[in-house]
Write a protein that binds this ligand. Structure first.
Ligand code: ZN
Length: 70
């Protein structure tokens, strides 16, 4: 589930919430209970993104090509 960062305009605190993408723009109350918050642009850590960009170990073919697989 993606994490979103919010800032409270009442107390100035920033906080993160993990919530569905569909609710990313929904109102988020700060830990202090204030409702006047804004969503910040932040690094969205979606599970699986890093793995998707990394090459799969079996796709390279370097191991079996080098004879280390027997
Ligand atoms: Zn607050």
């Amino acid at each position: 589930m993606p994490r979103y960062e919010y800032r409270c305009r009442t107390c100035g605190d920033t906080f993160e919430l993990s919530r569905p993408m569909a609710e990313s723009s929904a109102p988020a109350a700060c830990p202090g209970g204030h409702d006047d918050t804004v969503k910040l642009l932040s690094t969205v850590a979606v599970g699986g993104t890093a793995a998707a960009t990394a090459p799969a170990p079996s796709a390279g073919g370097g191991c079996c090509g080098g004879g280390c697989c027997g």
